[in-house]
Ligand binder design. Structure first.
Ligand SMILES: Cc1cc2nc3c(=O)[nH]c(=O)nc-3n(C[C@H](O)[C@H](O)[C@H](O)COP(=O)(O)OP(=O)(O)OC[C@H]3O[C@@H](n4cnc5c(N)ncnc54)[C@H](O)[C@@H]3O)c2cc1C
Length: 467
């Protein structure tokens, strides 16, 4: 038996607990009535500070958070991400498969980052948004209230509806999880089919060749990398792929995958002899992650429509990165560029504006630079030959170097390079002319000469920094 004093104390505590529980139930009744089910609504009560929710833990989300915190140290910030763990760079995934970077190099921030940003980090998928009640719901049913919201959910890689494609041994190369699945199959002598010949697919194919896999690429279109390279750049890269042993088939329709008991797969494509492989990497397109916005009034076309401030049509709801369709350097209002630097730029603008600044985005200038099959290929702006445009080209067959400038009414609007990595300096020189819409007064010959001088005087290690 406890002494009297202790018994009284215990009774008081249990009474307090009882009243506490009753209080909790009563205080939740309004939410019950309002939202239909009993959920824990976090951050709904208490405190005068603004409540900010950021969905996405990658280039756009992280840069928005950092920029926001530069201007606002007080507000309550919650960052939600479906892919757990510390933020990492997708750009490095193929380099990891090639063995060029270690696992640790992936991560673009460290473990303490979220604490330093005074941010609550929730690993969960957002399933719903109620823009009127200003609530975000995650897969557990829990809801978070917000005053300002950033949607930076990027995009996901798709798999086409080919019979037998779903299942083991078939992966995209889009997430850290994907490369963890691919890595054990990246063994010398294994046979891989790469579906698609876009930027990511060819990165996967090159990584496989570097690891001495037997590589076949099936592409439905008549040429490779249509969104990244002009015809000449594509032709030069195509030659390099073949020289390195890649079996590249254009105009090829994959029809059916037959699965064998030992785990290997037989690929049936139209008008082709069937081939057997151990692994398939699919790079046939991506889709913005916007499913949770289905029943909202947030303006959507292919992605989320944003203005120069990265704000959507719903006041206080912003979007940035691959999921957002925003302004470009050429004055177009709504384009998805799906590039890492664009995601960073958009994220910074969104973060500043969410903190009450008035910043406007000058527009994304698309630029793709990649080194694969021992050639550097890159493009910037409007690089395709279009009717009415003036083209200045320089091709040195012996050196295997190709440079091109596209001009509209005397103003450069884009360029392409293919050859040594030193040529990237060319795009560095061209970039301000495109941004400032400034004409090039030199003759084509003079311009090429200036560019060559610039390239020659730029130390190789600084070349990528120029851009
Ligand atoms: C293999 C590869 C190579 C690349 N190479 C280059 C390159 O060389 N140069 C270049 O410019 N670009 C490159 N890119 C593209 C670049 O990675 C993207 O443009 C960039 O990652 C976009 O950043 P983001 O923040 O908009 O979205 P993402 O990086 O896609 O991140 C989206 C975030 O949102 C989260 N999320 C998604 N849905 C939900 C949800 N429902 N609920 C909660 N969280 C959610 C995810 O967990 C993730 O944290 C490459 C991409 C890949 C896959």
């Amino acid at each position: 038996m406890f002494p009297l004093k202790e018994r009284l104390l215990r009774r008081m505590i249990s009474k307090k607990c009882f009243f506490e529980i009753i209080y909790q139930i009563i205080s939740n009744i309004p939410y019950w009535l309002f939202y239909g089910k009993f959920v824990n609504i976090d951050t709904l009560e208490g405190g005068e500070s603004m409540k900010v929710v950021i969905i996405g833990n990658s280039a756009a989300g992280i840069n928005a958070l950092e920029e926001f915190r530069k201007h606002d140290k007080e507000s309550e910030v919650t960052l939600i991400s479906k892919e757990g763990g510390v933020a990492y760079s997708r750009v490095l995934l193929p380099y990891y498969l090639r063995g060029k970077v270690d696992y640790d190099t992936f991560f673009i921030r460290d473990n303490d980052f979220y604490k330093e940003m005074n941010t609550r980090y929730i690993e969960a998928a957002v399933t719903n948004i109620d823009e009127e009640k200003r609530l975000v719901e995650i897969d557990s049913g829990k809801r978070f209230s917000f005053d300002k919201l950033l949607i930076a959910t990027g995009s996901s890689a798709m798999k086409p509806p080919i019979e037998g494609l779903a299942g083991e041994g078939v992966y995209n190369m889009w997430t850290l999880e994907d490369v963890k699945n691919i890595k054990p199959l990246f063994k010398k002598g294994n046979r891989v089919l790469v579906l698609g010949s876009g930027f990511v697919s060819l990165q996967a194919a090159w990584a496989a060749i570097c690891k001495e896999l037997d590589v076949t690429i099936y592409e439905l279109a008549p040429r490779i990398m249509p969104r990244v390279l002009d015809d000449m750049g594509a032709k030069l890269l195509h030659e390099k792929i073949t020289q390195h042993g890649g079996k590249l088939h254009l105009n090829t329709l994959t029809q059916r995958i037959e699965r064998k008991e030992d785990g290997t797969m037989v690929i049936h494509a139209k008008d082709k002899e069937s081939i057997e492989v151990d692994l398939i990497i699919v790079g046939t397109g991506v889709r913005p992650n916007i499913g949770f916005l289905e029943n909202t009034s947030v303006g959507i076309d292919r992605g989320i429509l944003v203005d120069e401030k990265m704000e959507t049509n719903v006041s206080g709801i912003y979007s940035a990165g691959d999921v957002a369709q925003g302004p470009t350097a050429f004055g177009e209002k709504h384009v998805i560029h799906a590039l890492w630097p664009t995601a960073i730029e958009m994220g910074k603008i969104a973060g500043a504006n969410m903190a009450g600044k008035e910043l406007e985005y000058e527009g994304s200038l698309n630029m793709n630079v990649t080194q694969l099959f021992e050639i550097t290929v890159a493009s910037m702006g409007r690089f395709m030959d279009e009717e009415g445009n003036e083209i200045w080209e320089h091709y040195d067959e012996k050196e295997g170097s190709y440079l091109k400038v596209v001009l509209e009414d005397g103003i450069p609007v884009g360029g392409t390079i293919a050859g040594g990595s030193d040529l990237v300096a060319f795009l560095g020189v061209l970039r301000p002319f495109i941004r400032k819409k400034q004409g090039i007064e030199d003759s084509p010959e003079k311009l090429m000469e200036t560019l060559h001088k610039k390239i020659a005087s730029t130390p190789t290690k600084n070349i990528l920094e120029i851009i």
